[in-house]
Design a protein around this ligand. Structure first.
Ligand SMILES: C[C@@H](O)[C@H](N)C(=O)O
Ligand SMILES: C[C@@H](O)[C@H](N)C(=O)O
Lengths: 158, 158
């Protein structure tokens, strides 16, 4: 397999907010993130998996200093849109593996999951795109996760 | 705001599979996707939002022709790992907006959500990375969603 990885990186600067049980109807993602954007908060990852029984969980990550403000904003929107509880973590670690032409290499994501599993590190969020796979783990696991992935991809890193 | 978009694209070739209620313990993402990868199925998007009450929903997209096989594989894993039901859609449409330096532009994601809301199109999945925002809508809404986004970003497309 002709696989080349550009980079394995760790971003340990963020926290996450999850809005559980957002009604799966048009317009709600816009109203949640318009509110957060208007406050000047720089959202990094936004992840929504497919809804279950008409409700979806929306998770996003922000700089750690913006967690409190994000929680206040999301709590205010929550009752307006009839969503469920809000959960958060003050500290998450985002591990990214990026490389050109990754689209044909599902194996990059699989190797990430396997390397983290072997290190007994829990995968908390996953977000893949054609050129990059992002995985979020607990903030306390960031360094160990980075080491596990650097070792896993040492043979194919440019 | 200094925003430049490279591309607004539609990929209407895929379907999605969602495994609901995966226990949030290390190693399960690896065992699910090792199975799918070994079968030679080319997974495109993998999205996992943060878990709720110790369980996470995992959604992934595959070429439409591979939906049946993916469902069989995931059903086989499901009982082994004690996960919940499996849902799927035969046809989803992935809309991608990509551009260099997007990380500081939460506004790209917000503009996507707002443009789709204005067109009354439901956002089914979201996956953002630094250089690309992917949104999945129902397969039947793909063309209308593409038109709405091309119009929204016409002023900043390279
Ligand atoms: C949950 C949320 O994404 C909703 N489906 C929307 O379109 O806004
Ligand atoms: C749900 C799944 O991602 C699990 N947390 C794992 O690490 O494999």
């Amino acid at each position: 397999e002709d696989l080349t990885i550009e980079d394995v990186t760790l971003d340990a600067s963020q926290g996450r907010v999850t809005l559980v049980g957002v009604p799966d109807v048009p317009g709600l993602a816009a109203s949640i993130f318009e509110r957060v954007g208007e406050a000047g908060i720089l959202v990094d990852m936004i992840v929504q998996s497919y809804s279950v029984e008409g409700r979806a969980n929306l998770t996003f990550t922000v700089p750690r200093d913006d967690i409190e403000r994000s929680l206040e904003l999301v709590e205010a929107v929550r009752s307006e849109i009839g969503a469920g509880p809000v959960t958060s973590s003050a500290s998450v670690a985002k591990l990214s593996v990026s490389g050109i032409g990754m689209r044909s290499h599902t194996s990059v994501a699989i190797r990430m999951f396997s390397a983290l599993a072997a290190a007994n590190i829990n995968v908390e969020m996953i977000s893949t795109s054609e050129v990059r796979v992002n995985v979020v783990v607990d903030g306390a696991d960031g360094e160990a996760a980075l080491a596990a992935l650097q070792k896993e991809f040492a043979d194919v890193q440019r």
